[in-house]
Design a protein around this ligand. Structure first.
Ligand code: PMP
Length: 349
């Protein structure tokens, strides 16, 4: 190793799902929403101007819209470049002690990457044999807690009182609930942020609002938590959200009807597709997300993954302990999911 390399911060990076350059594929590997953003977002795009100037560092237009939408004060909202950015800032701001932070062994695989990057001690808490969280596992002394609700890549939710029991026991740490997929059927803990100063709820525009390409995420919590987050953000990069994102994010919030309609469609597709998979003999975890996590007793996940890819259908397969035999399949349009059914019919013939 060259001398200078000893001073390099070495990390094993997070590997996002593939974004193939090919046309005409069925892309069900990164939980994108097939319907695209509201037409109001498309219209607002034509009005983007003032690109000469820096954007509003506070992104007030968007922050105020999000605050009004959720019925909280603007001082309780933090925005970032996708929820990945919001989560990274939160790790930096809140997981700053010497004690281990806790998260599930099977969960969003970025958490351990940020912990490693930021030298935060952590412990992965095993899910039970049904891939469910056990709240008692999170009662012990620790430096912080984070998990998604519903969890990813399982899609399995917990109830708000499950989370409240954990938060209640831990006034000494920050508890972060990653609600990236909450709009597809989970129950939010947003109402709890008034009662618990140390509870942070993180959301994204990438899934239910179908705006992954714009990179907008946000967090809601107490004024104190948000102030600490902003202090870290302004010490890192003042202008996280760009001008188009601020305008188009605000436009998305204004179209509640489209938002509700497209979510309902995805949920409806998820339910018939789940039944179809079960007909093929798949075990399907009880997901309330825009994806299903599935395994088949007779067909190795890797084989299905590769065969589907050859047929132009992209699923997600994780080479991790306990889930090697599972595939995560994003819910696309009815036509796309029917194509998956047709592929499986042929594959299992
Ligand atoms: N949390 C979870 C659980 C996710 O699956 C994702 C998507 N990869 C994210 C956060 C980040 O999403 P984004 O940065 O697009 O908001």
């Amino acid at each position: 190793m060259a001398g200078w390399e000893e001073n390099v911060r070495k990390v094993t990076p997070y590997v996002p799902g593939e974004q193939p350059k090919k046309e005409n594929i069925i892309k069900l590997n990164t939980n994108e929403n097939p319907y695209g953003p509201s037409p109001r977002v498309q219209a607002a795009l034509l009005n983007v101007e003032h690109l000469r100037k820096y954007p509003d560092p506070a992104a007030s237009l968007l922050v105020d819209k999000i605050a009004a939408y959720h019925g909280v004060d603007s001082a309780q909202v933090f925005v970032g470049v996708g929820s990945d950015d919001v989560l990274a800032m939160s790790f930096l701001a809140f997981f700053n002690g010497n004690k281990e932070i806790l998260f599930p062994d099977i969960t969003y695989s970025f958490y351990d990457v940020w912990a490693e990057l930021l030298r935060i001690p952590y412990r992965k808490v095993p899910l039970d044999s049904d891939f469910r969280l056990r709240k008692e596992d999170y009662f012990s002394t620790c430096g912080g807690i984070i998990f998604p609700n519903p969890n990813a890549p399982t899609g399995i939710p917990v109830e708000p009182d499950f989370i409240e029991d954990i938060v209640k026991r831990h006034p000494e740490i920050v508890v972060i609930i990653d609600e990236a997929y909450i709009d597809f059927g989970g129950k939010t803990v947003l109402p709890l942020v008034e009662a618990y100063e140390n509870l942070l709820v993180v959301r994204t525009f990438s899934k239910s609002r179908s705006m992954a390409g714009l990179r907008i995420g946000y967090a809601i919590g107490s004024r104190k938590l948000i102030k600490y987050l902003n202090d870290v953000k302004y010490s890192f990069n003042s202008y996280t959200l760009n001008q188009p994102s601020i305008l188009l994010g605000a436009a998305s919030i204004e179209d509640e009807e489209y938002f509700r309609k497209t979510i309902a469609k995805i949920v409806q597709t998820r339910e018939w597709f789940k039944e179809a998979l079960e007909q093929f003999g798949f075990q399907v975890l009880p997901s309330v997300s825009n994806f299903l996590f599935v395994t088949h007793p007779n067909y190795p996940a890797e084989d299905i993954f590769e065969a589907a890819k050859k047929a132009g259908i992209y699923f997600r397969h994780f080479h991790n302990d306990r889930i090697e035999e599972y595939l995560r399949i994003t819910i696309g349009t009815d036509v796309e999911m029917q194509a998956v059914v047709d592929f499986l019919k042929n594959y299992m013939k």
